[in-house]
Design a protein around this ligand. Structure first.
Ligand code: AMP
Length: 228
């Protein structure tokens, strides 16, 4: 069962501000990338922004790297600054798909207060054993951020990105010893946002344990997009 809180009927959700909420491994990245293409809106993943930042040789990059390696959240003030700056760019003016932000209540409030309040919060959830299993088989492209999963969504050529040809990597924070603390941090800090958006009447819950295609269909339906 999943809740459906966005009113039935009405216009399709185009040119809107969408956030993807849910634990690591639920499929937010995969669905976010697909939605971005369909809606022609940027898919803005705070994790991707931090992974790029982490590669730089600055004290800030070292700090960010430390949080990420431990599976901890980057502090709110820094995260809010980085993401709001990204949202101010021209491609995000008409709408955006935010993935992995907000993750805390101060972040959600900062987004609301920035004048870019959320039209739809898509909450993609799955049981912990499914999440742990998926993350253990996940590979990502460091260049274009495409996501792969051994057996469920393998690349055509072994360990090579189908989209841009770069060698695939395992995320350091997908290591088994980091996944559990990440899930715990999620439960403590991010899960409360489900109630936050439910109170605002923008929440739609989707069962992320289903196949990628079924989840995609339900996302489309929730946003009233034409069947593809
Ligand atoms: P993700 O790719 O969304 O799983 O993010 C990877 C890591 O980046 C997280 O485990 C955090 O360390 C950091 N991060 C990403 N987004 C946020 C956020 N909204 N708030 C705090 N830390 C974040």
């Amino acid at each position: 069962m999943f809740r459906r809180i966005v009113p039935e009927g009405g216009e399709p959700t185009m040119g809107k501000n969408i956030v993807l909420l849910g634990p690591p491994g639920a499929g937010k990245g995969t669905q976010g990338q697909r939605l971005a293409e369909k809606l022609d809106e940027p898919h803005i993943a705070s994790g991707d922004i931090f992974r790029q930042l982490r590669g730089q040789d600055t004290p800030l990059a070292q700090k960010v790297k430390g949080y990420m390696e431990r599976g901890e959240y980057v502090p709110d003030d820094l995260t809010i600054r980085v993401v709001l700056e990204r949202l101010s760019q021209p491609d995000a003016r008409q709408g955006f798909i935010l993935d992995g932000f907000p993750r805390t209540e101060p972040q959600a409030q900062a987004l609301d207060n920035s004048g870019r309040s959320v039209d739809v919060a898509l909450y993609i959830n799955a049981p912990v054993d499914v999440l742990v299993e998926r993350i253990s088989r996940r590979y990502t492209c460091p260049k274009c951020h495409a996501i792969y999963e051994a057996s469920r969504r393998s690349p055509k050529k072994e360990m090579t990105c189908d989209v841009c040809g770069a060698p695939l990597e395992r995320r350091a924070d997908d290591a088994p010893e980091v996944v559990r603390p990440r899930l715990q941090t999620y439960l403590d800090k991010t899960r409360p946002l489900v109630d936050y958006y439910e109170r605002l009447g923008t929440l739609v819950e989707i069962d992320g344990a289903q196949t990628i295609e079924v989840v995609e269909r339900e996302v489309d339906r929730a946003l009233r997009l034409p069947a593809g």
